[in-house]
Design a protein around this ligand. Structure first.
Ligand code: LLP
Length: 421
């Protein structure tokens, strides 16, 4: 459910015609719907209403301060995976007591910053990391609250690049080692075991892998408690999928029911780290057709956004709907298969391949749907292209919540080296 819709064949975000924003702000740009973000958060949060829980929005999906601040105002915490994400979360007003810090490669500087902030817990991904956290906490006269991220070895049945809970993935501590690692953690003077964590992958479209993983995690929690450990928090990660094409992922309520069905009686505070499901369908990327051309084998629609702006199609061969911002009469019936490509000097630079699209011409606007998650956050300056603005609509108004970068932004911090002879 989202608030991008057609009115008289014209695409609107809430009450604002997308074409008007394009006319004023130029293209390409990301466009987020405040009403959709708010609705998604509330639906997700309410799905867990019967259970003591904390939603920790996974900042990596869309890390704009306005998005984080909106969720924070609705009671959200954050899942961060870098010092930069921690900085953003704090700057957006998230309470440190609602921040969890995940990620396989936390640096000493990042650990220090998180200890200083006083976060809820570190999700620890290896035996070495545990020792480093203990050491850093000791030097600072602090005790670090930790959960160990356990790898339950279940197949999330998603794209191999975004599955994380298999034993061959780099994430977490193998299930078979988990009890020993916990016993070690319990003996360390400067960490306090407070929870168990797992995250098995992203864009999951079934509940069964979550259920399988949680059954294993549940028996671990029971074992740890028998050893006298206080397991207050159970962090189940993120991963609930969305509809990009024709997927039918579980609704948040189905997901919550399945989760609570397995671990609801553990008497833990449930932490959930949704990213995509909150923001994915709350954002689009708007781009303008530059040229059309017919190759010998293919028809190309060349647009002003490329793989540097939205990399998911190139990187994962991900499908994202592409819709005309203005529908023309009967055009849908004349759809032909085209490749929608960007201006980047790589053949891998495409937003869609062999995609039936109604005829378009130079100057037309297209909307790439479901671009709110892992869209702007994965953008780069490749080919020295300034990153595009992020814009948020709220009812009949909009605001630029991140400005379009300038050429000066591109070279900020760069120095032409001068070598003394
Ligand atoms: N928690 C942890 C520890 C994670 O690693 C992730 C995502 C999440 C939560 C949020 O997962 P979500 O609810 O968004 O599925 N760039 C890829 C997705 C990478 C996901 C990485 N981890 C894509 O564009 O599909």
């Amino acid at each position: 459910m989202h608030y991008f819709h057609y009115q008289d064949d014209e695409l609107f975000c809430e009450e604002v015609p997308v074409r008007e924003i394009a006319a004023r702000e130029g293209t390409p740009f990301y466009l987020y719907s405040h009403r959709t973000l708010e609705r998604h958060f509330r639906v997700f949060d309410q799905a867990f209403a019967g259970q003591e829980h904390l939603v920790c929005y996974s900042v990596k999906a869309c890390s704009n301060l306005s998005v984080i601040a909106l969720f924070a105002s609705l009671g959200s915490g954050c899942d961060v995976v870098s010092g930069g994400e921690l900085f953003r979360a704090l700057k957006a007003g998230v309470s440190p007591a609602k921040i969890v810090f995940s990620g396989v490669g936390k640096t000493v500087t990042e650990i220090e910053a998180a200890l200083e902030a006083g976060i809820l817990m570190f999700n620890v991904e290896s035996a070495q990391e545990l020792l480093v956290i203990n050491e850093v906490a000791g030097q600072r006269g602090k005790t670090a609250p930790v959960a160990l991220r356990v790898n339950p070895d279940v197949d999330p049945q998603t794209h191999p690049y975004i599955s994380t809970g298999l034993s061959k993935n780099k994430f977490g501590i193998p299930m078979g080692e988990a009890v020993d690692r916990y016993l070690e953690a319990a003996r360390l003077p400067h960490v306090r075991v407070v929870g168990v964590d797992c995250h098995i992958g992203s864009q999951l479209t079934k509940v069964s892998p979550f259920r399988d993983a949680l059954q294993r995690i549940k028996s671990l929690v029971n074992t740890l408690r028998r050893y006298g450990m206080e397991i207050r928090y159970l962090d189940i990660g993120g991963g609930l999928g969305i509809t990009y094409e024709a997927e039918e992922p579980p609704q948040p309520a189905d997901y919550a029911r399945a989760v609570i069905g397995v671990v609801g009686d553990l008497d833990c505070v449930l932490i959930v780290e949704p990213g995509r499901v909150l923001v994915g369908n709350a954002g689009i990327m708007v781009t303008r057709v530059q040229y059309t051309k017919e190759g010998q084998q293919k028809k190309f629609v060349i647009v002003d956004a490329g793989m540097n702006d939205l990399v998911r199609p190139s990187l994962y061969n991900a499908y994202q709907h592409i819709m005309p911002v203005r529908k023309t009469d009967g055009a849908a019936g004349r759809a032909v298969a085209v490749d929608v490509v960007g201006p980047i000097c790589e053949s891998g630079d495409f937003l869609a391949q062999e995609r039936p699209l109604p005829p378009v011409q130079r100057g037309d606007l297209l909307a790439v749907m479901s671009a709110g998650a892992y869209g702007f956050t994965m953008a780069s300056n490749y080919n020295s292209r300034p990153r595009v603005p992020e814009i948020m609509v709220n009812g009949s108004r909009y605001q630029v919540v991140r400005q379009r970068e300038t050429y000066e932004d591109l070279v900020r911090g760069e120095i032409v080296a001068v070598w003394e002879k």
